[in-house]
Design a protein. Structure first.
Length: 325
């Protein structure tokens, strides 16, 4: 399938896909993950109803080809299915490649990552020559993980695999990457942002900003303050979205206005998204609209969506553990 050349209709097409998912879904759908999975589908040049049919068919194929204990069998398969629809690939080939690359992760002595590992694989594969991840690329990821962990022994874990995988696609030396990531984190902390665990993946995303690191941090802060000025109650769960929006080359007021306009429309979906989900979805559709046809930034959006899906699944597991204790 081909990617659309214009992004002005991203919101309308996303709403069309989301509503079609609702019309063809059941009572027990995982709407939060499913809608985040569908975020990039509007960029595909195809009818929304056809996209949803392909997505549901791919989700069902994942269910048939995987066992209940495997990472790709649970709610994560919805996100993985959207990636396959986007790239027009088969579930069989994807699962075979995932197992092969998981073996490379073990050989590189990377900690077992479950959800984070599968999401990192998707990121690595998007950037790998002929979409085939090599031991060299996994080794590069291991080098970066080890280097950044020196500064964050207790914070960095497999949850950051998607952003570590993205960092591994650069040609910058691991030590230099770690140094800049740490400096970005320190700048954000000095500006009053809290929760270092939530700031760490944000610092890794902002590493890719086209402007100097100090300017990227200033832009992040400006967007944050603009959202607060518009009456939003912001918290550390919103860091990922604000980091993504920091890449949009527009004034903070324009970016925030677009997000809020998109959020009004997204709030009309049924079942109604939660506060966090509607903000996250609106930030993503606004981002895709405002960056236009920049393929590099669109790939960055894929990584941010992966982080959001990972956060949803981790929070859900934590809630289940708390309820059982």
């Amino acid at each position: 399938m081909s990617t659309r050349q214009a992004s002005a209709d991203v919101l309308d097409r996303f709403l069309a896909v989301a509503n079609e998912l609702r019309n063809t879904g059941g009572w027990f759908e995982d709407w939060s993950v499913l809608r985040h999975a569908a975020l990039t589908l509007p960029l595909i040049d195809a009818d929304p109803a056809a996209l949803v049919r392909d997505l549901r068919r791919t989700i069902a194929e994942f269910a048939k080809r995987t066992r209940w204990w495997e990472t790709a069998h649970g709610s994560l398969r919805q996100f993985l299915a959207a990636a396959l629809v986007r790239e027009d690939e088969s579930v069989a080939d994807f699962c075979a490649e995932l197992k092969r690359v998981q073996a490379l992760f073990r050989a590189a002595k990377l900690p077992r990552g479950g959800t984070g590992e599968a999401l990192a694989f998707v990121t690595l594969r998007e950037h790998a020559p002929k979409r085939r991840v090599s031991a060299t690329e996994v080794g590069r990821m291991r080098e970066l993980f080890t280097e950044i962990k020196k500064d964050h022994r207790w914070l960095l874990d497999e949850g950051e695999y998607p952003t570590i995988a993205l960092l591994s696609t650069t040609g910058v030396a691991a030590g230099e990457v770690a140094r800049r990531v740490e400096e970005i984190l320190q700048r954000l902390t000095a500006s009053g942002f809290r929760s270092r665990g939530k700031l760490l993946p944000v610092s890794q995303l902002l590493f890719f900003a086209p402007e100097p690191d100090a300017a990227a941090c200033t832009r992040f802060e400006a967007l944050w303050k603009e959202f607060l000025a518009r009456g939003l109650r912001m918290n550390s769960d919103d860091y990922d979205e604000v980091a993504l929006l920091a890449f949009v080359p527009r004034e903070a007021s324009k970016v925030v206005r677009t997000v809020l306009e998109h959020r009004e429309s997204i709030d009309t979906l049924r079942p109604k998204p939660s506060r966090n989900a509607s903000f996250s979805l609106a930030a993503s559709t606004a981002f895709l609209e405002l960056v236009g046809n920049d393929p590099r930034l669109r790939k960055l959006s894929n990584t941010q969506a992966a982080l959001q899906v990972r956060s949803i699944l981790v929070a859900r597991r934590a809630a289940a553990v708390a309820a059982a204790s």
